[in-house]
Ligand binder design. Structure first.
Ligand code: GRF
Length: 200
């Protein structure tokens, strides 16, 4: 069983969708913990309601990004995590995390990457007047939304779409795509050398 650790900073709808989906057969993966860096984030309440172990680790007191990520890695190793999922995690990760979990950190982003990286991706897509948008799950590297794409899902942008309406459509897609990718990675595990986790 693939053991998933989720990192999130906000609402947590993707976290909840992933937890719920993975609880339905076939049971290939399980979310073992949430780590949240924002003390007031609604995702924490979702974790409590769903009975998922929750670490709250504010970055405000960390001496550096590396020091913060070292604590994160400690939590993830304690939970025996072998896939790290960033689901609305609003921080760039350092090599400390990436080297601890090589090719085993993934992120979901609300655009068809490589278009519209970074913040306000939905707003960027509307401003660019695209007729199709969507979401991307990708491996995380040291850049912002630059890692290798694993899977994408797309949706038509209507002329009447606002940032809220398009974000809502993309969220629906995300709630299906992220669990699908995690299931695929879980099924490939064992034959997928990329998904080995280094333990030092
Ligand atoms: C999602 O749109 C995700 O793509 C982005 O942050 C948002 C998180 O939404 N990285 P939620 O907190 O899962 O509802």
């Amino acid at each position: 069983m693939l053991r998933v650790g989720v990192l999130a900073s906000g609402g947590g709808s993707n976290f909840e969708a992933l937890v719920s989906d993975l609880r339905t057969p076939p049971l290939l993966a399980t979310v073992v913990s949430l780590t949240c860096n924002v003390e007031s984030a609604p995702v924490i309440e979702r974790a409590h309601r769903l009975g998922v172990k929750c670490h709250v680790l504010s970055h405000r007191h960390a001496a550096s990004r590396e020091a913060f990520d070292t604590q994160l890695v400690d939590f993830l190793r304690t939970d025996n995590v072998n896939l790290v999922v960033l689901a609305g995690y609003m921080r760039l990760v350092s090599p400390v995390l990436l080297e601890a979990f090589p090719r085993a950190v993934i992120n979901i982003h609300p655009s068809l990457l490589p278009d519209f990286k970074g913040l306000h991706a939905v707003r960027q897509a509307l401003a660019a007047k695209v007729t199709t948008s969507g979401c991307t799950v990708h491996f995380v590297d040291a850049g912002m939304d630059t890692g290798q794409t694993i899977a994408q899902a797309s949706v038509a942008v209507a002329p009447s779409d606002t940032e809220d309406s398009l974000a809502s459509k993309i969220h629906q897609l995300e709630h299906q795509l992220l669990p699908r990718v995690v299931r695929t990675l879980a099924a490939e595990r064992g034959v997928h050398a990329d998904l080995q986790v280094s333990r030092t």
